[in-house]
Design a binder for this molecule. Structure first.
Ligand code: TYD
Ligand code: MG
Length: 460
């Protein structure tokens, strides 16, 4: 019998150590090492009974001859446009995806809806739930009005049992595993939910996807600190990683792709949570605009981009005299250090002082913006709030601000302006554009320096 080996595995990043250590050298996490028995990457192959099997000759194919084969592996469109946009046009056959998100964010709902939509179109879909009993999944489908969809349900947590179940009958088009943290395999002695278990189980499922040609979707829960517990090690194995996010206070959810071997990684899909399940939001600008009347100071509309899609978002600022020695700066939905930078540029180059003021900044609807192109809209909202001057309800802002106070051009200006015009905006303030980039119906004001923006707002 093989010798039992004991090792310590970091539950945060999967690093292995022969001894217990307090701090993980690889990821810096404290107190994250747990003793696990056996384990190790190679053990996953035992799932397939390949221990000691005779060696097999592989197949080498010239690249050009493959074009025909690829044409025959079309994507599996879910029919949920926002989901297909994020995957890059549908699930790729034989690929494995990880869908991560906080518990309760709506991962199971999204995947049951996708599974049911696909099954109604004739695809063979198996939904394996390790968290809920079959009856509970059925109840949920009933609540969503999807109980008539021919989805096969299974409540299993053992990888060996799942693979045996799947091997019985024709190969499914889509297999959903909800969730990866509940899976366990007999070949590893560590407890369910440990990194070694999650990794070995995921490896088996990824291999199943590649060998059978079915698309496998693994659901993973995120821990409080933002990493997917254990499944962070799964990210490297799968072909695509999608995050489902949103905050509890708002009713919309964003599906974001952070890794995709077969598609773009900057696309997002927007959904609204309703009593009857997730509803697609084809025109998200309307959702993120807040209730606008244009008469209150401190609100600026940012003409943003999410992937290939333009999206207008309202940015709200509140600048109020402080009663504290060190004024407060609080940000929701944007980068705090970027706010500090804009405040510094406003002080240094435009003579606008915030030293005696608290500054609060929020992105409407709870959306998270990462684009530097929002700098100009943030500056406009800050100056407007400080001066008590409303910006007018028909104007959008975009442009990156450099430390020297210059307003720099950003990508996709034409698409941003078109979206603004479509939604009834009449004016746009941004960097100077090449001629012919702007739609005819929009009046444009070019600002080369941030100070020009401050003078414009003061003159209003
Ligand atoms: P659920 O899909 O179970 O979240 P997760 O799988 O990520 O843990 O959803 C959590 C709860 O929210 C569940 O009770 C159903 C409810 N819900 C709705 O009522 N409407 C919706 O559109 C969504 C997404 C969820
Ligand atoms: Mg769930």
């Amino acid at each position: 019998m093989a010798k039992r080996t004991t090792q310590f595995v970091c539950q945060s990043c999967g690093a292995v150590s022969p001894r217990w250590v307090g701090k993980c050298e690889a990821c810096g996490a404290w107190n994250s090492f747990v003793e696990e028995v056996g384990g190790g990457v190679g053990i996953g192959s035992a799932v397939f009974g390949q221990k000691g099997r005779p060696m097999r000759k592989g197949r080498v194919v010239p690249l050009v001859e493959l074009s025909g084969e690829i044409a025959q592996t079309p994507r599996l469109e879910s029919g949920i446009v926002e989901l297909d946009r994020v995957t890059g046009g549908g699930f790729v056959r034989g690929s494995a995806l990880l869908v991560g998100g906080d518990p309760g964010i709506g991962k199971s709902t999204l995947l049951i809806q996708a599974a049911a939509t696909l099954a109604r179109k004739g695809a063979r879909v198996v939904y394996v739930s390790g968290e809920e009993a079959v009856a509970q999944v059925r109840l949920r489908a009933e609540r969503l009005g999807l109980s008539d969809a021919p989805v096969s349900l299974a409540a299993e947590t053992s990888v060996e049992d799942i693979l045996t179940t799947l091997a019985d009958g024709p190969v499914p088009d889509l297999v959903v595993i909800d969730s990866i943290q509940t899976l366990w395999t007999e070949v590893v002695e560590s407890g369910p939910g440990t990194v070694t278990q999650v990794r070995t189980a995921a490896q088996a499922m990824v291999r199943y996807a590649k060998e059978s040609g079915a698309t496998v979707v693994l659901v993973g829960h995120v821990t409080k600190d933002g990493s997917i517990a254990g499944p962070r090690v799964v990210e490297h194995m799968v072909d695509a990683v999608l995050y489902f996010e949103g905050d509890g206070a708002h009713h919309f959810r964003v599906l974001r792709s952070v890794k995709n071997r077969f598609g773009p990684t900057d696309e997002i899909g927007v959904f609204e949570m309703t009593g009857g399940g997730l509803r697609e939001v084809p025109n998200p600008s309307e959702l993120f605009m807040g209730e606008r009347d244009g008469s209150s100071a401190g609100a600026a509309v940012f003409a943003g981009m999410e992937g290939t899609r333009p999206m207008l978002v309202e940015i709200q600022a509140l600048v109020a005299p402080t009663s504290l020695g060190t004024p407060r700066r609080a940000v929701v939905g944007w980068d705090g250090s970027r706010l500090a930078m804009i405040l510094a540029v406003l002080e240094a180059h435009c003579g606008v002082r915030f030293g005696q003021h608290d500054v609060y900044l929020a992105v409407a609807g709870g959306l998270r913006i990462q684009e530097p192109a929002a700098d100009l809209a943030v500056a406009a909202a800050l100056v407007s709030s400080l001066a008590g001057t409303p910006l007018g309800h028909d104007c959008v802002y975009f442009g990156e601000v450099s430390l020297s106070g210059a307003v720099r051009p950003v990508a996709h200006a034409a698409a941003r302006l078109k979206e603004a015009e479509k939604l009834g905006f009449a004016r746009a303030v941004g960097p100077k554009l090449a001629s012919g980039e702007a739609p005819a119906g929009l009046r444009r004001a070019a600002v080369a320096q941030l100070v020009d923006l401050v003078t414009r707002i003061a003159a209003d």
